[in-house]
Design a protein around this ligand. Structure first.
Ligand SMILES: *Cc1c(COP(=O)(O)O)cnc(C)c1O
Length: 563
């Protein structure tokens, strides 16, 4: 007891007390754990399963951030950690939380094993740059790369990869690799300007960003048309590849989106690989580097080996059918030269835990640093793992969190969780069809975990007309504005039930010869707490708000008048 008091006095007063103990003594540990408990408990006190946000007040008006700028200052002396904790918990007041009503986007909860993995990494704070500094991270990284390689069918002895800054970082890494493959001198001399890249209209904007960042420029990014199921139109890819080559360009990089962020459209990696190989061979070119942007959808590879006939986890027949459909399309991921698993998406780990995987680790040499360029680390007689090829220098060992989640969930845990998401999503679709005749599901061919629906003002054309080019730009814009009203109505009440929305579901041709994007409301099943039993209540709430939009806005001339 006396010892504890003495320690606690030391803790209050001295700066070393801000650090975990050197020797593993019990009083310091108890104090550390208590501090953590204070935060966990503080969050628990704020939880409210009947709404989305944690409790607490926070008015985020325009003045909010201005006030913060004016009032924030570094305190002149130390603050006791208990008090700091109170301020930390206050940050969380009114924060969105993943209750059953959290249906907005691919913004998952961090699981306990995911958090514990982070904690493990933080306790030694190794630098994943080099195994001399971060051996735990190096070990975990090699392990998870091997695990995920085996899952998707890469040869683990040949494949490689690293954790990086998001799915976007993975798309960027793939592009870096592509440039180095086509111009081995590019790291030294700069990027040739006749290089072109390709992705679909439904792809994430990661490639757009990467084109800017590499200096190639987004005007050399060729957008390939999508099919109504949001997958890439491979025939359009073929003609655009031909066109670029005919004009003296070289196609170096294709991003196949395997699970689009909005609609869960899945590009056909096998077809894209075949067509791009064929065209490259025809023109005596190297095949473009093919990156499968599987940041989100890749996790359905957990079903690659699932025996749907025996169905050991007793999924319902419609769930099996949906999963089989996805799994068939995901089965060809291994044909991609590189891909990505955003563990902070469906891997149930905290930000940032994205894994970039590459089929042939030798490709990493193309962008590695030479010995003379790394005076501080690596290239020594000691240490065997040096990630000089990543864009980052210091790296967090986020692979430890991934490792923890993979061990904890196992194949079966992920299968159960993803199947639950799919099952709940199917229930949403059925309820929308029954209860919401005004709404049309606009990603009907992509089961997955997200449902997009669109409402149509009276007299408007329907989804099929929109897809087949029978609507004018004005028709579509009118319906888009009507949907935007719904976004606003739902968005204002997002602390009750939090839906997502998108202003770029599909790009469709118009009657006037232009093209435009369709708006849609999004139901993203992402909380482990959303169950089938909650679906009727949530759809009833949607129905009330959809009806409100019809009542309030149908009469507005701008909406219902002939434009
Ligand atoms: C989320 C997502 C990205 C971007 O991932 P970040 O981790 O946010 O950088 C890229 N591509 C796809 C398909 C995604 O779903």
């Amino acid at each position: 007891m006396r010892g504890e008091r003495a320690v606690s006095e030391r803790m209050q007063s001295s700066v070393p007390s801000f650090f975990p103990s050197e020797d593993g003594n019990e009083p310091d540990r108890i104090r550390f754990v208590k501090l953590m408990e204070q935060i966990v408990n503080g969050v628990d006190q704020l939880k409210n399963p009947d709404g989305v946000n944690l409790k607490g007040e926070k008015e985020r008006t325009d003045l909010f951030y201005k006030d913060l700028i004016q009032t924030s200052e570094i305190p002149s002396s130390s603050t006791p950690l208990e008090q700091v904790n109170e301020d930390l918990v206050k940050l969380l007041h009114n924060h969105p939380y993943h209750t059953k009503y959290f249906l907005t986007n691919i913004l998952p909860m961090a699981s306990i094993p995911g958090i514990l993995g982070m904690l493990t990494a933080f306790l030694v704070n190794g630098n994943n740059l080099w195994d001399v500094y971060g051996p735990a991270g190096a070990e975990a990284e090699v392990r998870v790369i091997s695990m995920m390689s085996k899952l998707i069918g890469y040869v683990p002895e040949r494949s490689g990869g690293y954790t990086t800054w998001g799915g976007q970082g993975a798309v960027f890494s793939g592009l870096r690799m592509a440039i180095a493959k086509f111009a081995p001198d590019a790291p030294r001399l700069g990027v040739p300007s006749h290089f072109y890249t390709f992705c679909s209209e439904a792809a994430h904007y990661s490639l757009f960003k990467s084109m800017e960042a590499t200096g190639l420029g987004s005007s050399r990014l060729v957008k390939v048309r999508t099919m109504p199921d949001s997958s890439m139109d491979v025939e359009d890819l073929r003609s655009k590849l031909e066109e670029v080559i005919a004009n003296g360009g070289i196609p170096i990089y294709i991003v196949a989106t395997t699970g689009t962020t909005d609609a869960m459209g899945i590009d056909d990696v096998e077809e894209i690989s075949r067509v791009s190989s064929e065209i490259a061979a025809k023109h005596g070119l190297r095949r473009p580097h093919l990156h499968a942007d599987s940041a989100l959808g890749g996790f359905f590879a957990f079903f690659n080996e699932y025996d749907f006939a025996a169905n050991p986890l007793a999924f319902k027949p419609e769930v099996c059918e949906a999963l089989l459909g996805i799994q068939r399309k995901m089965n060809h991921l291994r044909l991609a030269d590189s891909l990505c698993f955003d563990f902070q998406k469906l891997g149930q780990t905290p930000y940032l835990t994205s894994l970039f995987l590459i089929q042939d680790a030798a490709d990493l040499n193309l962008v590695d640093l030479k010995e003379e360029e790394t005076p501080y680390v690596g290239h020594r007689g000691y240490g065997q793992y040096h990630t000089g090829y990543t864009l980052e220098c210091s790296r967090m060992a986020s692979s430890i969190s991934i490792y923890s989640a993979l061990l904890a969930f196992g194949m079966e845990g992920y299968q159960r969780l993803l199947a639950q998401f799919v099952e709940v999503n199917l229930a949403f679709r059925a309820a929308i069809r029954d209860e919401l005749p005004q709404a049309e599901i606009v990603n009907p061919d992509n089961p997955g975990i997200v449902t997009l629906f669109r409402i149509y003002p009276e007299g408007a054309h329907d989804f099929r007309d929109e897809c087949s080019g029978q609507c004018t730009l004005a028709d579509i814009e009118r319906t888009n504005r009507f949907n935007e009203r719904l976004f606003e109505v739902l968005g204002e009440q997002r602390d009750r039930i939090f839906f997502g929305d998108t202003k770029k579901h599909l790009v469709v041709p118009t009657k006037d010869g232009s093209s435009t994007a369709l708006y849609a409301t999004k139901i993203f099943v992402i909380s482990p707490y959303t169950e089938i039993g909650h679906v009727p209540e949530i759809v009833r709430y949607l129905k009330e708000n959809v009806e409100l939009v019809y009542e309030k806005y149908s009469e507005t001339p701008m909406i219902s008048g002939r434009l």
